[in-house]
Design a protein around this ligand. Structure first.
Ligand code: ATP
Length: 357
């Protein structure tokens, strides 16, 4: 089921929660709505669901205008951050619930319900919990049951609002990989809200970055991470260093380093800011490269297989963050308090007026 969001606006009092948003979600796609708190993600999700009415604009499901349809007529399944399972029902009864409350004419019989529920419990790999109560499950297991319950009614669209938000980091990481695999199996059009960039990049086919009610960028995880459309997306999607840059005819100069800036072809001697990710900084132990900047290593932190360095260049008040594999750090013989030479290997420059943004 494809979903088209056509010029949607929504305000609460004077506050604009969704600001003229248009998007298309393709059939079977898993899309993340990513943005800081208050950027309008949940409001947009609720509008898709039919839990909230837009002020203006339309929602189309598979080309059909659904804006005025009641939530119960849209064929959507939900999973929220706080797994709202019924405490007094077993896992089996929770998953079966949506089927048992159907009108008699469309309600499956007992045997059919049993078969379907057990199939869903197998899908979320929790068939052994069928006779347990929610209180006897871990948080991650409850979220998988909530998902099985949402899937039981065969929704055409699955909407997830921070589904793993209340769980600890390890369980979260496991569940998002699991959601990705599950989605590859069932291919239901899914939209999930998150403010966690790693989660959005890892799980989804597509990432919509929102800020202050509008869409800053819409693209594949690679596109939004490797080619952020503007400074907001750059900074929201991960750590970044800012360097002063001079742009001249498609070339950006950061100190003595020249890097391509093809979007500024024809520009003459403009000043801007170069955005460089920590892993896009090359680190050397000596001054073999004449264009590298000398710096002192102020802090070394080892995070699993990666070493993060905080460096201060000779003429800069700012710290530069660099990241390199541990084996490379060791081979270079670098250490905290010692010298290093650094060179950006990739940058994206934004001029103050963001003409190229
Ligand atoms: P979060 O990650 O914190 O949930 P969000 O990006 O999902 O944020 P929304 O929940 O969509 O953001 O809220 C957007 C803005 O609209 C917020 O500033 C919120 O306070 C406001 N808002 C949402 N619902 C209502 C409401 N029913 N009445 C008044 N203001 C609302």
């Amino acid at each position: 089921m494809s979903i088209e969001i056509d010029h949607i606006n929504k305000h609460f009092g004077n506050f604009v929660a969704v600001d003229n948003v248009s998007l298309n979600f393709r059939d079977g796609e898993l899309t993340a709505l990513l943005g800081p708190s208050g950027s309008g993600k949940t409001t947009l999700l609720r509008i898709i669901a039919g839990l909230e009415q837009p002020d203006t604009g339309r929602i189309l499901f598979h080309g059909e205008d659904t804006t005025d349809k009641h939530v119960s007529e849209r064929g959507v399944g939900f999973v929220f951050q706080h797994y709202a399972l019924f405490k007094h029902m077993t896992v089996f009864q929770n998953v079966a619930y949506g089927l048992t409350v159907r009108p008699r004419s469309t309600r499956p019989n007992k045997a059919e319900i049993k078969e379907k529920v057990m199939r869903l419990l197998e899908l979320v790999q929790l068939d052994w919990t069928a006779h347990r109560y929610p209180s006897q499950l871990s948080g991650g297991q409850r979220q998988r049951i909530a998902l099985a319950r949402a899937l039981a009614v065969e929704p055409k669209v699955l909407l997830l609002d921070e589904p793993f938000g209340a769980l600890d980091a390890k369980v979260r990481a496991e569940l998002r990989r699991w959601l990705r695999r599950l989605h590859d199996e069932i291919h239901v059009t899914s939209v999930f809200v998150t403010h966690d960039q790693e989660e959005a990049l890892e799980v989804s086919d597509r990432v919509v970055v929102m800020n202050k009610g509008h869409v800053e960028q819409d693209g594949s995880p690679e596109e939004v991470y490797d080619h952020p459309a503007n400074p907001f997306v750059y900074e929201f999607l991960g750590n970044v260093n800012l360097f002063h840059a001079r742009v001249h005819d498609g070339v950006a100069r950061i100190g003595d380093v020249s890097l391509p800036a093809p979007e500024y072809q024809g520009y003459k001697d403009e000043q801007g800011q170069a955005y460089v990710r920590p892993h896009e900084i090359e680190v050397f132990a000596d001054s073999q490269h004449t264009d590298a900047l000398h710096a002192r290593i102020e802090l070394v932190s080892v995070v699993g297989p990666t070493v993060r360095l905080e460096l201060r260049t000779d003429n800069s008040e700012d710290l530069v963050h660099a990241e390199l594999p541990k084996h490379r750090y060791r081979a270079l013989g670098l250490s905290q308090g010692g010298d290093a030479w650094i060179r950006p290997i990739h940058s994206r420059v934004f001029l103050p007026d963001e003409r190229a943004a």
